[in-house]
Design a protein around this ligand. Structure first.
Ligand SMILES: *[C@@H]1O[C@H](CO)[C@@H](O)[C@H](O)[C@H]1NC(C)=O
Length: 215
């Protein structure tokens, strides 16, 4: 190796080392951003109401809301009410994928899934993040975080399909990791999807700066 190459290598190592010391690791390190267009954001909402009565997109913020007695997203479905972004054209069944977004849940919203990975071997979903009384839970079980109301928080959700793991980061800090629930065709969703019980009449979440990454 020539002197110049060696010197450049030395500088590169120094810079990378310093950056990781100063900033710490980020959940997106080593991932590549997948470019998104409007077509990737398919909105599911109660089938009998106009979009603008359950969804708005202003100043970069998507606001999605639903009522406990709303209809499902299509007339033949018997599922719970939802207003959700279904990431379209980004289905995956291998590799490592990541959802990133800044979410906001107003005080009073309880019981909806706000982020999910749809698809699993024997279940509809691999992971669901729900808000109950300001707590974030894995489905209605494990507590992931508290005091989530009325503030913006960054969510990074990593699905390592090959390793069979899902990992949740909030504001850059790892909060939860679990095994996934078997191979399927997967896709990300965010918004509000009512649980079967313990839900408020009105449910809302807001999202901005949504990104999808993969490795
Ligand atoms: C949410 O609203 C209730 C009722 O108004 C209030 O008692 C509670 O302190 C609020 N919680 C937060 C985190 O603001």
């Amino acid at each position: 190796m020539g002197f110049l190459n060696c010197y450049v290598l030395f500088l590169t190592v120094l810079v990378v080392f310093n950056i990781s010391l100063l900033c710490g690791a980020d959940p997106t390190d080593g991932f590549t951003e997948v470019p998104l267009t409007a077509a990737n954001f398919e909105i599911q909402r109660p089938y009998n109401v106009p979009l603008e009565e359950r969804y708005s997109f202003e100043n970069g913020v998507r606001r999605l809301w639903v009522f406990a007695d709303d209809k499902p997203h299509n007339p033949s479905s018997h599922t719970q009410p939802r207003t959700e972004v279904r990431f379209h054209g980004l289905d995956y069944s291998s590799g490592v994928w990541q959802f990133e977004g800044y979410g906001f849940v107003p005080n009073g919203t309880t019981g909806p899934s706000i982020v999910q990975i749809h698809g699993a071997a024997h279940d509809p979903s691999t992971i669901i993040l729900r808000i109950y009384d300001g707590d974030m839970r894995y489905y209605s079980g494990d507590l992931i975080a508290t005091n989530m109301y009325d503030k913006w928080f960054r969510v990074n959700l990593i699905h390592d399909v090959d390793g069979g793991k899902v990992t949740v980061f909030l504001d850059g800090v790892q909060k939860f990791e679990t095994n996934d629930r078997g191979l399927a065709q997967f896709y990300f969703k965010c918004g509000v999807y009512a649980a079967l019980s313990d839900i408020s009449y009105y449910m809302e979440s807001r999202w901005r700066d949504i990104k999808i990454y993969k490795k």
